[in-house]
Ligand binder design. Structure first.
Ligand SMILES: [Zn+2]
Length: 297
């Protein structure tokens, strides 16, 4: 929605900008006094299994582009599942419906291994570009598709690219979802307010700091080529975990199989989990388990 010359934000009366702020807002903190088993910190790992849907949603259908996404399913996911099994750590896999339809055995493997499968759009669409009825239809179809493929109906959603529209919260509530994981108003879980009213929907907040994509993804035709040394990124994430533990909060991480699943990058997840497991007071949980616990604590 563009801003016309007569509607410049500097002309807005207070009620206009306030209404924008209040549409979707962070409510009470749901950081618990203690985590299950007396743990000091909760760890919730997530993997967004986007695979080929990133180029597909932009209509980029060249085999070269698609192969980069296919790598996530073919090479990345098996490594990730082996690593999680070796460390005995659960994770949440957010998967676009088209990605799940293209890789049905993978969705079942997540559920069979005890991981959570959650919604991540239809084709990784850009949510804020959609009319509300299309966003709603795609979200509903995505839930039905994931349930059909893995046998469990998702209880949570992560909007593709964390692109949360003014309609998303209504859709999340109408579809009966328990939590969202797309917003960034806190480090720890909180209840989402809609126009100032508590919704009961739990936010499991995310951050680009705790996401592999900004450090490692390169656009071959763009001039910006962010590239970080994996072990420098490990230091950031270890500090995020140490900080979460010091504050008795949540350490949440967002990874992508096609980004992190490489031979030079997977070792930092191994080292990160080894560091986390050197502490006895950690509760490992899926995003759904965190949402359920904080709602009831
Ligand atoms: Zn994604």
């Amino acid at each position: 929605m563009g801003v016309t010359r007569d509607d410049e934000p500097w002309r807005w009366p207070d009620e206009v900008w306030r209404a924008h702020l209040d549409r979707v807002r962070a409510g009470r903190s749901l950081k618990p006094a203690a985590w299950p088993g007396g743990a000091r910190v909760a760890v919730a790992l997530s993997f967004d299994s986007d695979h080929e849907t990133i180029p597909l949603r932009d209509g980029q259908t060249s085999p070269g582009q698609l192969a980069q996404g296919e790598y996530g399913a073919r090479a990345g996911v098996p490594r990730i599942l082996r690593l999680l099994e070796r460390h005995g750590v659960p994770a949440t896999f957010f998967m676009p419906a088209v990605s799940a339809l293209a890789h049905p055995a993978e969705v079942r493997a997540y559920a069979d291994a005890g991981h959570e499968v959650a919604a991540h759009g239809w084709i990784h669409e850009r949510t804020t570009t959609l009319p509300a009825n299309a966003e709603r239809d795609l979200a509903a179809r995505a839930l039905d598709t994931l349930e059909r493929l893995c046998g469990v109906r998702p209880v949570g959603i992560r909007t593709p690219s964390w692109d949360f529209s003014p309609d998303t919260l209504d859709i999340v509530r109408d579809l009966g979802l328990r939590y969202d994981s797309s917003l960034m108003a806190d480090d720890d879980p909180y209840e989402i307010l809609a126009d100032g009213t508590p919704t009961g929907v739990v936010e499991i907040p995310v951050e680009w700091i705790r996401d592999d994509a900004p450090y490692f993804v390169m656009d071959r035709f763009g001039s910006a080529r962010p590239y970080a040394m994996p072990r420098d990124v490990l230091k950031i994430w270890r500090d995020e975990f140490d900080g979460a533990r010091a504050e008795g909060g949540l350490f949440q991480l967002t990874l992508h199989p096609h980004v992190i699943g490489h031979r030079s990058r997977m070792p930092i997840i191994d080292e990160l989990l080894t560091h986390i497991r050197s502490h006895a007071d950690v509760w490992y949980a899926t995003h759904a388990q965190v949402a359920e616990y904080v709602r009831n604590s």
